[in-house]
Write a protein that binds this ligand. Structure first.
Ligand code: NAD
Length: 476
């Protein structure tokens, strides 16, 4: 049978319509299909770095007020796209919670610090005037995770640009579509605000190879690496200046002075937020013996479901590739998956409003040792604050990332705050309060524990420069 040209064009039209319906209002960048060279997305790292360098050279020549306009435009654009990008992220990576991702996207857009976080220092005296300002590194290479694909780009972009830098991102391959789309939206906002094109760059097909190429590129002056222990170790070997936001395994201590109903709600809220993929999210609880039963009962009121005995064994078989040792290997298939779906796999049927699986286990259990990144929270009984601290420190593996505590005892809280030695310590709130979400302070989705910059802002992405005028310019 012969097919006419009209028939072919009809078929093409139907197919195109079908694809469009499925994508909804998703733009071309979905699943990494952004065209070469469009709004900062290039075929190769070499092209990305070259264009980023040209953009940075233009950018530093602009007035500071223009930088302020550009950052305002980025915030507005990312607020506006928060929902679309959250939906796109969940569709692409197939984990996490849309409503929570919207909150993360908005947090980064609103609270990532900008140019106001760059102080100028001056000294004047008999020997004249000395001025200290913060200058850009140039082109920064940023390796980003799949767990916060949009919010990491947003907070990095705002704080790196505030310092006068440009950035080449290597997104996680699993979330390249949504990450590159976020980069395009930000670049469009920058250009609309009068900034140069390509201040943010990326590659169409990011891989481990492009990640390594970026990290070792001679024009990349500093690295921001947000991810697990593997990528942090690789970055450290490059010999470049590295700001490393590595893994966490945040312990929570609940003592017998705590407001237990409130602690229970805060812990469930924090540990189930975006299905626990946040590095700062509560990963294991050390609870005083005499309040543990009450804590568990209260947690159940807020969406926790307790498993025990064989159910725990079944869950171990499901979610670990290797449950042994100090760093058990999780099966990444279950990262960020809804609690009720995980339970269904071990033949437990519950409503979709179950947000968190809890399990009472002995210390040093696989659930305690692993950075699970899924809504599974082990609870361990302890008897004293000293025991709680010692066990919490061990579970944290020296990452110096985040810890939480629920208590009304000033002395217990002061003791743990001092000796837990983490970058973030949250008292009587969900862990995300430590990122300025329901807590004071600025936000970033790159928390640099290993290299010590903390919740990164423009200060971390700038160099100190000192200008000395000897003998003059003191005016009094
Ligand atoms: P991941 O380590 O698998 O990937 C992160 C990035 O590193 C990706 O872009 C990936 O392509 C790249 N990468 C991974 N291994 C590499 C290698 N050997 N060489 C070169 N590049 C490599 O992490 P993920 O699953 O995307 O994110 C989860 C992890 O990141 C968790 O451990 C979490 O705690 C951590 N994290 C930390 C922070 C923080 O602020 N400290 C924030 C988000 C995530």
């Amino acid at each position: 049978m012969e097919v006419t040209e009209d028939q072919i064009s009809n078929i093409v039209e139907v197919v195109l319509k079908n694809v469009q319906n499925q994508l909804g209002d998703m733009p071309a960048a979905r699943a990494g299909s952004s065209p070469k060279g469009e709004d900062g997305i290039f075929a190769t790292i070499e092209e990305a770095v070259t264009h980023s360098l040209a953009a940075q050279e233009q950018f530093v020549e602009m007035e500071l007020s223009k930088r302020v306009d550009i950052i305002r435009a980025i915030r507005d654009a990312m607020e506006e796209s928060a929902r679309t990008l959250a939906e796109m992220a969940v569709r692409e990576v197939a984990f996490g919670r849309i409503e929570d991702k919207i909150k993360k996207n908005l947090l980064a857009a609103r609270k990532a610090p900008g140019i106001e976080a760059l102080p100028t220092t001056a000294w004047s005296g008999d020997d004249g005037l000395t001025l200290v300002e913060r200058g850009p590194y140039g082109v920064i290479g940023s390796i980003t995770p799949t767990t916060n694909p949009v919010a990491t780009i947003t907070s990095n972009a705002i704080s790196m640009l505030a310092g006068g830098n440009s950035v080449v991102f290597n997104p996680h391959p699993r979330s390249k579509g949504v990450t590159n789309r976020a980069i395009q939206i930000i670049n469009q906002a920058i250009v609309a605000a009068g900034g140069p094109p390509n201040l943010l760059c990326s590659v169409i097909e990011p891989t481990i190879e492009t990640s390594n190429e970026l990290m070792n590129h001679p024009m990349i002056r500093m690295l921001m690496v947000t991810g697990g222990p593997g990528v942090v170790a690789v970055a450290m070997k490059t010999g470049k200046k590295v700001v490393a936001a590595g893994p966490g395994n945040p312990p929570v201590i609940v003592d017998d002075t705590a407001n237990i109903p409130r602690a229970a709600k805060d812990i469930v809220d924090g540990a189930s937020f975006d299905n626990n993929v946040l590095c700062i999210a509560e990963k294991e609880v050390y609870c005083f013996e005499d309040v543990t039963d009450q804590l568990k009962e209260e947690m159940k009121k807020y969406g926790a479901y307790e498993i025990s005995g064989k159910q725990i064994e079944d869950l171990i078989s499901l979610v670990f590739v290797d449950p042994a040792g100090e760093h058990p290997k999780i099966n990444t298939k279950w990262v960020g998956i809804d609690a009720w779906r995980i339970l269904r796999e071990i033949d437990i049927r519950v409503n979709e409003d179950v947000r968190l699986i809890i399990a009472e286990v002995p210390d040093e259990h696989s659930f305690v040792n692993a950075e699970m990144l899924m809504p599974v929270l082990p609870i361990v009984r302890v008897n004293t604050i000293e025991e709680a601290l010692e066990r919490a420190k061990r579970a944290e593996h020296g990452f110096r990332h985040t810890a939480c505590m629920h208590s009304e005892s000033v002395s217990n809280m002061s003791y743990v705050a001092r000796y837990i030695d983490t970058t973030i310590f949250v008292k009587n709130a969900p862990s995300y309060a430590g990122l300025g979400f329901g807590g004071e302070g600025h936000a970033s989705l790159s928390i640099a524990g290993p290299t010590g910059e903390g919740i990164t802002g423009p200060f971390a992405f700038t160099r100190e420069r000192r200008c000395v005028l000897a003998g003059s310019f003191r005016i009094v």
